[in-house]
Design a protein around this ligand. Structure first.
Ligand code: COA
Ligand code: AMP
Length: 629
């Protein structure tokens, strides 16, 4: 293997040759003659004339090459008490049959399929079945409410919607049926088919007669893989932006497969046959890339876990799973580790388990505080690697690349750019920042394979949101700096996106809900630091004259409205009445100033949002500082 420096330089100097060499490791139906091209819109596209199929690479290839009896997917669900294991041959059979069922509904290459499902094997089966037929899946996280589902249905215009009767949050049963029915009633677009997986734990008595049963499709005649162009979309994954409307990130088949296969080796130091566990949800990009696609493209065993790091049943669940399935690599969000640490600071549960199989813990999704990093390193006694990426990239952009040999870690740093990513830090005037000077994190174009080519149905928003601020660069939306040794540090979002328990959310979406309340004259939602979830949203509202609700009554209503419209996952629990908000002369609310205030001591990371003194402090600070210009 070449050194990191060799490969990094080669990936920037000769990107086409570099990525074509990586592409050769996959089994294409037609190998691309070109690495990179500009399409008619002027966007970069990887491997434009190559033909392949992601499901073929993830399943068929391994069955044909001697992995038929190796576990491909292990399901462990402490919330239902169920466990299951699928070999590569069994998973291929299940996927090909379900794909046959989808084909029997008349679905064809390029049709969209929305998947609103909990963490059950059928979710991964559905994603792979779509990939098999060249259908474009769009998975919507189960913690989003009906309105969010409706927005995505209208944007993706799916021919089919796949769902289950519900999900289980520790002990609470979340019925999906009524949520889906409400979303369909709100959406302007109507999918031709709704397919529901009936879970025995969550019966759905009022299922409309037109909805199909999952099992009617699951036993169909197996369907073969449909060859697709490398540039054809594999999926659309909606993510939060700076407006209330989520952005449909497009992922293509070819670049995605090439980048993910490469990432498993060089970033995660993982080989075929290893057991890889991404403790996330298929509704997020981590779940797409590292629960479903990357481990299977690599011939690993992937783990699909339905539960929480704590309370299902205790803070020892992660360690039990590592021991039971001999997990080699664990990937999760720092929040999950903080949750375990909170309940088992001394690591009692961990000390009872044999974790000798574990080689690395990878963390991403939000800033990792040094205390959490050190706690995990001390107890696990394996390298803990913080790395940075986004839904837009689909794979890590800055990391300590274990496959090339780890460099010494620096607490708080995400280390060095991954080959293919020419990461720079720019000042507002577009000049490059000096070492240790904070600026906008950008990536010089072209972006490497797997990164979004554009947004679904919205090229203008893609250009305006990512490409126009600094011509020639992709604007990541994060702030950061580089130290004297070239290590990168992230300092937080520079826009109105917040990260709550590793979940990316838009404050603008929540503001829309608050603003719709008849008693609210003006409002702003900001993320404030929280010891468990990293950030939590807080609403600041100015009341209309003549309203009759008390601040407490109003807060109760606003909290309920955000829960009903955005979803429980927003963790929106507080709305404070304030007299003023900082504004420009033209009356625009200065969110940037509010973010800066919110980041300031004393309420940066000292406690949780439930602490009344913290809330008083926020209110006081805003009253003090929210005096116009
Ligand atoms: N379906 C329905 N509801 C969901 C949901 C889902 N898939 N996921 C979360 N929710 C609900 C929760 O039940 C909770 O509801 P509540 O307000 O009624 O209690 C709410 O959304 C907030 O969820 P969460 O922020 O996850 O808080 P939590 O207290 O349930 O759990 C952690 C806290 C830290 C244990 C949990 O967030 C976690 O495991 N995080 C790991 C992060 C992660 O996987 N990130 C993905 C990117 S790597
Ligand atoms: P998502 O698109 O949901 O993966 O969220 C991406 C955002 O999460 C990034 O833009 C960052 O703001 C944040 N993020 C992801 N990984 C890290 C990390 N390792 N350190 C700091 N922030 C991170």
């Amino acid at each position: 293997m070449n050194s990191y420096h060799h490969d990094y330089q080669a990936s920037l100097d000769q990107p086409e040759q570099f990525w074509l060499a990586q592409a050769r490791r996959l089994d294409w139906f037609q190998f691309p003659t070109r690495g990179l091209a500009l399409d008619e819109k002027g966007f970069h596209r990887w491997f434009p004339d190559g033909q392949l199929n992601t499901c073929h690479l993830a399943l068929d290839v391994h069955v044909a090459n001697g992995r038929a009896d190796q576990p491909a997917l292990i399901y462990d669900s402490p919330v239902t008490g169920r466990k299951a294991s699928f070999t590569y041959a069994q998973l291929l059979d299940a996927v090909a049959r379900f794909a046959g069922g989808l084909a029997s509904l008349g679905l064809q290459k390029g049709d969209r399929v929305v998947i609103y499902m909990p963490m059950v094997p059928e979710s991964a089966i559905a994603m792979l079945a779509c990939a098999r037929l060249g259908l474009i899946h769009s998975v919507v996280f189960g913690g989003f409410a009906a309105h969010e589902l409706a927005i995505r249905i209208d944007d993706a215009q799916p021919k089919a919607l796949l769902t289950a009767s519900g999900g289980i949050e520790i002990t609470k049963k979340i019925e999906y049926g009524p949520i889906v029915a409400k979303a369909l009633a709100e959406a302007h677009h109507h999918p031709d088919h709704v397919v529901m997986l009936a879970r025995p734990e969550i019966p759905f008595a009022s299922q409309p007669a037109s909805w199909l049963d999952w099992n009617d499709l699951a036993n169909s005649e197996p369907a073969a893989c449909v060859p697709v162009l490398a540039t054809d979309p594999l999926y659309i994954l909606y993510t939060s932006g700076t407006t209330g409307k989520p952005k449909g990130i497009i992922r293509d088949h070819g670049g995605h497969a090439v980048a993910l296969r490469y990432s498993m080796e060089v970033i995660y130091d993982t080989q075929p046959g290893d057991v890889f566990w991404a403790a996330s949800d298929v509704g997020w990009v981590v779940g797409h890339s590292y629960i479903v696609y990357a481990p299977l493209l690599t011939g690993c065993t992937t783990l699909l876990f339905e539960g929480k790091p704590v309370k299902t049943p205790d803070p020892g669940t992660f360690w039990r799973i590592i021991e039971e399935y001999k997990v080699n690599v664990l990937f999760t969000a720092p929040t999950a580790i903080r949750a375990i640490k909170k309940e088992d600071a001394g690591g009692q549960h961990l000390s009872r388990r044999d974790l000798s199989s574990l080689r690395y813990l990878f963390l991403a999704g939000e800033r990792c505080d040094v205390a959490t990093y050190e706690w995990a390193s001390d107890l696990l006694k394996v390298p803990v690697v913080d790395h940075w990426w986004q839904t837009e990239s689909g794979w890590p952009m800055i990391a300590n690349l274990a496959g090339y040999g780890l460099v010494p870690t620096k607490p708080g740093s995400v280390s060095f750019p991954v080959p293919g990513f020419d990461v720079r830090i720019l000042a507002p005037d577009g000049s490059e920042c000096e070492a240790n000077e904070e600026g906008a994190v950008v990536i010089r174009l072209p972006l490497p394979p797997s990164c979004l080519p554009t947004l679904w149905g919205n090229d203008d928003r893609f250009r305006a949101g990512y490409l126009e601020r600094f011509p020639g660069y992709y604007l990541a939306g994060d702030g950061g700096f580089k130290d004297d040794d070239g290590y990168f540090y992230l300092t937080g979002r520079i826009d109105d996106v917040i990260n709550v328990a590793g979940h990316r959310l838009s404050t603008a979406e929540m503001e829309e809900v608050l603003a719709a309340h008849p008693a609210v004259a003006e409002c702003a939602v900001i993320g404030i630091a929280d010891t468990l979830k990293g950030q939590v949203p807080v609403g600041l509202v100015i009341l209309k004259e003549g309203h009759t609700l008390s601040p407490h009554e109003l807060e109760v209503e606003l909290v309920r409205n955000v829960r009903d419209n955005v979803g429980a996952v927003a963790s929106f629990r507080r709305a404070l009445v304030v007299e003023r908000l900082p504004k420009t002369r033209s009356g625009k609310i200065l969110r940037k100033i509010m973010r800066a205030i919110a980041d300031k001591q004393p309420f940066a990371m000292p406690s949780t949002i439930d602490d009344p003194s913290i809330l008083d402090e926020i209110r006081e600070t805003f009253l003090r500082e929210g005096v116009g210009e």
